[in-house]
Design a protein around this ligand. Structure first.
Ligand code: GDP
Length: 144
């Protein structure tokens, strides 16, 4: 994976705790450029669709409920090797296993309310950006 874009969400718990600013500061300090961004709130259908890959998992309903519980920030980020480098700075899914200094170590409340989402492949980065940004190709066309 060596694409130049990734997609992130700052999840409801982190937004509620006023951690949008601190998280964006780290994102910028680590060399990511914010290409597109907005504050929104997921409907149940949107959260179910976004996390459809997990629909058989025991935590699916709880995850959907948590992700719809308040506003989130969605953003398209640009950097060399964006997907892999962003996964490194957010840390492991379970904050108890995340390395010191990672966003999840710093801001997650639990494995479910783990502060941020980060795409896991170049392909999903584009699918996820398209999910939130109309005509998102206008943002990443120039950087592909
Ligand atoms: P990610 O790529 O690191 O976000 O992890 P996954 O794709 O495996 O899971 C998606 C999201 O589901 C995670 O970010 C968590 O919010 C949530 N999640 C994952 N594993 C668990 C779990 O064991 N329990 C609960 N309650 N939520 C989980």
């Amino acid at each position: 994976m060596n694409g130049r874009i990734t997609f992130t969400m700052i999840k409801p718990g982190a937004v509620a705790k006023e951690n949008i600013g601190p998280i964006l500061k780290i994102i910028n300090e680590k060399g990511f450029h914010i290409v597109a961004m907005r504050l929104t709130q997921l409907s149940t259908l949107q959260a179910q669709t976004f996390y459809a890959v997990h629909k058989e998992r025991p935590f699916y309903n709880s995850l959907v409920q948590s992700m719809t519980s308040g506003p989130i920030v969605v953003a398209l980020l640009e950097k060399d090797n964006a997907v892999e480098d962003y996964r490194k700075i957010i840390g492991a899914t379970d904050p108890a296993k995340a390395e010191e200094g990672t966003i999840r170590k710093l801001f997650a409340e639990s494995v479910e309310a783990n502060a941020v989402h980060g795409s896991d492949s170049d392909e999903n980065a584009i699918i996820e950006s398209d999910f939130f940004f109309n005509h998102s190709e206008r943002f990443y066309k120039s950087i592909k």
